[in-house]
Design a protein around this ligand. Structure first.
Ligand code: AKB
Length: 343
């Protein structure tokens, strides 16, 4: 008998850390973690197996099918928006072909098991594309189906993979003589910028939020690459993990959509700075906008409407901005860097 497991790709990433900790604690299923890099030793005891490898390696994914009965896939691996702009074709391979490989694996597993394998996919506010700052300010809080003309490769990848998920979930091989009954149970969240106290993101465009906080906690100065009035929606990492687990646990019949916005609070870069400076009064932050990264932020909405998630599966964040900083981010980053000498 193959062992029933939940597969987490991109295990070392910032969402992976929080998610694996919760999955291990809940003991729902054994966790098989996958990442390109060796697993963070802190995660090792929480995972049943770690597979170091590439989601583009179809041989490796084939081996997974033969070894495990994968009940659920959290596909977190991706190349974020800023990094993807430097290598757009490589980003397309990782973000789209990698996702396609995992959707194919999910279909195969669904066939073996005679039931739909759940596929949880984090998409992003990058899937939106507002044509100008004026349009962004006029749009305010946007719904899932609005403004879907992303300007970044990462945003295009995320939006397309949302469509791929719908295809694999509802229309896979629709012309086959025998209708395919074991479709993938695809469920997707569009995340705002995420802020974690434990890890720093790499290669994103909303990274100025977490970077400002971590720099202040380390006693380092920080040059923020967007204007002080640049505004984006954000979420503290515990809420991001909570939303993934809530969506995964929601009864299928309650879901009226495949893609759901989730958010917690919207802040300008200046407001983030003021929250950081309240906790770390010696924080040295300057605003030195990079016109090109600023343009990406200007194309993302300043707020997103998550009423569908609230109505369908009871989504509600635990942390507003104040609580996120006071009760999670500041205490945890302070602890994290306390043992390191100030630079
Ligand atoms: C990025 O900045 O690329 C990510 C995202 C908004 O998905 N943090």
């Amino acid at each position: 008998m193959r062992k029933e497991v939940v597969l987490v790709t991109g295990a070392n990433g910032e969402v992976g850390h929080g998610l694996i900790t919760h999955l291990a604690r809940s003991k729902r299923n054994a966790v098989v973690a996958m990442d390109l890099q060796p697993l963070d030793p802190a995660l090792t005891p929480l995972c049943d197996r770690f597979i170091q490898g590439d989601i583009l390696d179809t041989m490796l994914l084939g081996r997974l099918v033969s070894e495990f009965e994968i009940r659920e896939i959290f596909h977190l691996a991706s190349l974020l928006s800023t990094r993807a702009e430097f290598t757009p074709e490589a980003a397309h391979r990782v973000n789209v072909e990698g996702t396609l490989n995992l959707l194919r694996l999910a279909v195969e597993q669904s066939h073996w098991q005679g039931r739909a394998v759940q596929f949880i996919y984090p998409s992003s506010i990058a899937a939106y594309g507002l044509p100008s700052l004026a349009a962004k300010q006029a749009a305010g809080c946007v719904r899932e189906d609005d403004w879907s003309h992303p300007t970044t490769m990462y945003g295009c990848n995320k939006l397309y993979c949302e469509h791929l998920g719908r295809y694999y979930s509802r229309h896979y091989r629709q012309l086959a003589v025998e209708p395919d009954t074991a479709h993938v149970d695809f469920r997707c969240l569009r995340f705002p910028g995420l802020i974690s106290a434990e890890t720093l993101p790499t290669g994103g465009t909303s990274d100025y939020g977490p970077e400002m906080l971590h720099a202040a906690a380390r006693g380092e100065s920080y040059a923020c690459f967007v204007r002080e009035d640049a505004r984006l929606p954000f979420m503290a990492m515990p809420d991001a993990v909570k939303s993934l687990l809530m969506l995964s646990g929601a009864p299928r019949e309650r879901l009226t959509r495949l893609v759901y916005n989730v958010t917690s609070f919207s802040l300008s870069a200046g407001e983030i700075y003021r929250l950081v400076a309240r906790a770390f009064p010696t924080a040295e932050v300057t605003f030195q906008p990079d016109a090109k990264r600023q343009a990406i932020v200007d194309s993302w909405p300043e707020d997103i409407d998550d009423s569908a998630a609230r109505a369908d599966w009871g989504w509600q964040p635990d942390y507003d901005a104040q609580r996120a900083f006071d009760e999670y981010l500041v205490p945890a980053v302070t602890r994290r860097y306390a043992s390191e000498p100030a630079r």
